[in-house]
Design a binder for this molecule. Structure first.
Ligand code: PMV
Length: 347
């Protein structure tokens, strides 16, 4: 019997954004979202069962890049406490967790989706190994791991699949608020070749955390309309992917990014996470697309960095565009390139 397991899990970028939580349960999305995994931005996590746990609360040790990381302990503790009722492993064992990211620190790239995804995979796998069942009664590894990952960081639950992942109930899909599922549809092959160049505009800590940002949707006068539009956008983006309608796809992706930030600006208190470089890059992308017709588009996370998405058949053009027109807006000329569409791997 194995008492140690390692998983590598990618981060993900949402095309239709999750922003706002439903009441009535932990980490339930107010609207459904869809994302692509970022193949080359990964966390690799090892969980080893050291000895039993009779303390009645989670027992663990956490190391990042080989160093004990006290500052991460409250987040891990909170996560293990949330999954406690679903996991015999957490209830009965002490977990030694070692994690590392394959992308540099200090780039402002959130690692929580990859980190919680990898940790959830390890726990689901070990739980099955030791107790012969997946956590929370799931009959399938991905669902169990996605369910656990969601309780660490909502968006992390979408990192489990090579296919685009949908999280949140929607009438057109067999989807759930509790875990993400892979998109069950034949999409135009071009959308499986997408790459993401993450342009680092600001590597600093965000002034408002995602947790605080989600909470500000409660009481936001535009929230209900936003949730309605997100539902429509999910249906429409999947139609665009099925029929290969790149123009509609780009429209939805960019509109979703701007709506995410519009919700921040329309919150009370209001705030702004875009920086001048963010806006300059967006305008450069629009001008370049207009001039060349190349299907390059942007999306944004809850931060200032810009994700430049494009199909791989224009990789050379995209690199050239970044080097000549966009690098000037990047902090220390930093950007990270990744393919999309990989699932977590057991190492
Ligand atoms: O998973 P959280 O709670 O960090 O929320 C992040 C949500 C966004 O990244 C802004 C959008 C998304 O759907 O990933």
């Amino acid at each position: 019997m194995n008492n140690k397991v390692t998983y590598q899990c990618p981060s993900n970028i949402a095309l239709v954004k999750y922003w706002g939580k439903k009441s009535g349960g932990p980490q339930l999305p107010a609207n459904p979202s869809i994302s692509l995994t970022l193949a080359d931005l990964c966390a690799t996590t090892t969980v080893e069962i050291a000895y039993g746990n009779v303390s009645g609360k989670p027992s663990f040790q956490f190391m990042l890049e080989g160093q004990i990381k006290k500052s991460f302990e409250p987040k891990i503790e909170q996560f293990l406490t949330k999954i406690w009722e679903h996991s015999q492993l957490v209830q009965n064992q002490t977990l030694v967790i070692q994690s590392q990211n394959n992308f540099p620190h200090g780039t402002g790239i959130a690692s929580s989706a990859a980190g919680f995804g990898a940790l959830a995979c390890c726990i689901a796998d070990l739980e099955f190994e030791l107790y012969g069942a997946y956590p929370a009664g799931f009959d399938n590894f991905e669902k169990a791991a996605s369910f656990l990952a969601r309780l660490g960081s909502g968006s992390a639950c979408r990192s489990l699949y090579a296919k685009p992942a949908i999280w949140g109930e929607h009438p057109d899909f067999n989807s759930s608020d509790l875990f993400a599922v892979p998109l069950d549809a034949d999409i135009d092959p071009i959308f499986s070749t997408f790459r993401d160049a993450v342009l680092i505009v600001d590597s600093g800590e965000k002034s408002v955390s995602s947790t605080a940002g989600h909470a500000l949707l409660t009481g936001n006068a535009y929230a209900e309309s936003r949730y309605k539009v997100a539902n429509q956008n999910l249906g429409n983006i999947v139609e665009a992917m099925k029929s290969g309608k790149m123009h509609s796809f780009i429209n939805i992706v960019e509109s979703e990014a701007l709506q995410l930030h519009a919700m921040m600006m329309a919150s009370s208190p209001y705030y702004l996470l875009m920086r001048p470089g963010t806006v300059a890059i967006i305008e450069k992308i629009w001008a370049y697309r207009e001039k060349t017709g190349h299907p390059l588009m942007f999306t944004l996370d809850a931060g200032a960095n810009v994700h430049l998405l494009y199909p791989e058949n224009i990789h050379t053009e995209a690199m050239n565009f970044i080097e000549t027109e966009l690098l000037v807006f990047c902090e220390n000329k930093q950007y990270l390139c990744t393919r999309t569409g990989t699932a977590p791997k057991k190492c």
